[in-house]
Design a protein around this ligand. Sequence first.
Ligand code: PEP
Ligand code: MN
Length: 341
Amino acid sequence: MIVILKKNPDEKQLNNLMAWLKSMNITIHPSQGEMHTVLGLVGDTSVVDIDLLRALDIVEDVKRVQEPYKNANRKFHEEDTIVPVGNTQVGGNVFSVIAGPCSIESEEQVCLIATAVKAAGATMLRGGAFKPRTSPYAFQGLRGHGLELLLEAKKLTGLPVVTEIMDLSQLSLFDDVDVIQVGARNMQNFELLKELGHTGKPILLKRGLANTLQEWLMSAEYVMAGGNQKVILCERGIRTFETATRNTLDLSAVPMLKKLTHLPIIVDPSHATGISWMVKPMAFAATACGADGLMIEVHNDPKRALCDGAQSLTPEAFQDVMDGVRAILPHAYHMPKEVRL
Ligand code: PEP
Ligand code: MN
């Protein structure tokens, strides 16, 4: 981090600034120019409040030369992170496919879909019990009972399960859940993220509706700063001016994140497009550009689904996507050799 001081800074204020920075274990390298004095700060500058620094009377400007996230940063952790989940993993030489209904509707529904997606080769089962719906009048999920049904499907198929938490008060119900999903709308619920940082559970962190990659990685940092390094990122489309699709799938996030972070990244073409026929081409594209996996909504009767039927695949259509993904995988950008699916 570089601090550019105003001309002729007040000596007392400068001494206070130096003492404050040193108290945070920052080493200061001053250099005197003709017009300005510049302070080069070395150490863990992620603890420095850049806005506070900028607001000081004697400071002209502050520039970061390093990203504000440390745990998630590829620069401090070169190797790809592999997140173990039950009998499988996310990242490394496994391509993860998380499939299942948007929401759990009944035991029969979730068990039928779980069996079908397992047969097609899915590595994990998804299903929402607590649903973040735009309308308070829409189906809100079966909540605690939904989790019980999801665990039945886990018992039946042996597939690890992924489901969304919406509030900290629900955490005690998630003991047997393999991966806790933080939805797009909660990406910056910092209290929730902090608490999830104290669990040993893998966290699937979806990208917020209108968040930058840096904001997303700072949210991952919240979980990791609490000691939980098991974070999986999920790109699910962002808000743009386009209205033809539900969201705009930002696939350029995948190779860029591979550069910025060591965390695994999966892509959700269902929420990204909102249209079932678009899931296949975008799943193929996500696979090709180097994602570590996919999250896909599958329903046995999409027309009658209580949530997100328009973007849900039938089990047959899902099988077709899986066949194509397997064919693309050996040619995917930056994939380890002999990737397993
Ligand atoms: C979901 O996965 O069901 C969901 C609500 O996703 P998102 O948070 O990406 O909208
Ligand atoms: Mn959904």
